[in-house]
Design a protein around this ligand. Structure first.
Ligand code: F6P
Length: 342
């Protein structure tokens, strides 16, 4: 068989470990040819390929980013995007396609699956917001980076009697914010799941100050929203999947805290730092298990599915199940975190 593979959406620690695993078992054990498409769906639309072999994918387990490159190109946006993608797959004699990505990339995979392409999805996002899998690879690395940063920021906050607002990624869900906030001992965590009231945030900070604690760490997910009418946020430009480019909510919060409380308040936006560098050991292993499960699914002829972590096991779930709605932080975890906040 000739099997295509692509990485789409934001880069994520562990992508190269998936690529390596697919090639190692796909070529090395099953004897298939693996064809990489460059820059996500753009490479499928524009027929940009890259040979993937066991020798060319050696030494990748610890490398961040993706050797295939990635993009947020959406073939469903252009009039002839799907037709061109189907042509490319036919021209390259692709029998099956492994798409590694988040909801956007996998949504396109599901669409092409409906047009007869044999697709298998691998869930990737540092945001951990994909349904039908307990965890996505990359999430644990992002949490580790964020909690390391919070540890370091605590020192400055305490030494200078400052409030530090730490902005982390998390578009639809506050997984990174809540995990890193809990791990780093943050005092306030703002997540998209629970719209916040800036007056209440300031009240909590003042309460701490009145009790002799003159520094605070506020962790905010980039997608956190104020309760209607409590703050004005700017809207940004959109990508091809219709998502607003986020980032910057922390500056608005910083201004509000400073003007309402008078406490010196600073901002650190972790942004793409959370997606960069080497994956943690956990993510390397999870990504490797996902890659092996994906090539096994192709070998068994199971298509229209996504590999998923369920407890200790890797299982196959229908792609549609994974795409139904974002997986958000549940009330139990929010309740547990609340014990330590404020
Ligand atoms: O999808 C993961 C993510 O990290 C989001 O949390 C964030 O909003 C987005 O990617 C940013 O993507 P880009 O690098 O394309 O701006």
């Amino acid at each position: 068989m000739r099997i295509g593979m692509l990485t789409g959406g934001g880069d994520c620690p562990g992508l190269n470990a998936v690529i390596r695993a697919v090639v190692r078992k796909g070529e090395g054990i099953y004897g298939h040819e693996i064809v990489g498409f460059r820059h996500g769906w753009r490479g499928v639309v524009d027929d940009e390929t890259m040979e993937l072999t066991v020798p060319s994918t050696r030494g990748l387990i610890h490398r961040g980013g993706t050797i295939l490159g990635t993009s947020r190109t959406n073939p469903l946006k252009a009039d002839d995007g799907v037709a061109r993608a189907l042509d490319t797959l036919e021209r390259n004699h692709i029998d099956a396609l492994i798409a590694i990505g988040g909801d956007d990339t996998l949504g396109v995979a599901a669409h092409l699956g409906g047009s007869g392409v044999s697709v298998v999805g691998v869930p990737k996002t540092i945001d951990n917001d994909l349904a039908a899998t307990d965890f996505t690879f990359g999430f644990q690395t992002a949490v580790q980076i964020a909690s390391d940063a919070i540890d370091r920021l605590q020192t400055t906050a305490e030494s200078h009697d400052r409030v530090i607002v730490v902005e982390v990624m998390g578009r639809h869900a506050g997984w990174i914010a809540i995990y890193s906030g809990m791990a780093g001992g943050a005092d306030i965590v703002l997540v998209p799941e629970e719209p916040f009231d800036i007056a209440e945030v300031c009240r909590q900070l003042e309460h701490r100050h009145h009790h002799g604690v003159h520094f605070s760490i506020v962790v905010v997910a980039e997608g956190a929203q104020p309760k209607e009418g409590t703050m004005i946020l700017q809207s940004g430009e959109r990508d091809e999947f219709g998502h607003v480019r986020l980032g910057g909510i922390s500056s608005v919060i910083q201004q509000e805290i400073e003007s309402r409380t008078g406490f010196e308040t600073r901002v650190t936006v972790l942004g793409h730092v959370l997606r960069g560098g080497t994956p943690t050991a956990y993510d390397r292993v999870l990504a490797t298990r996902f890659g092996i499960a994906a090539i096994d699914a192709v070998q068994q002829g199971s298509f229209g599915v996504m590999v998923a972590l369920h407890g200790p096991a890797i299982e196959l779930v229908p792609l549609e199940e994974a795409l139904r709605e974002p997986k958000t932080v549940g009330p139990d975890l929010l309740e547990t975190a609340r014990v330590f906040l404020g």
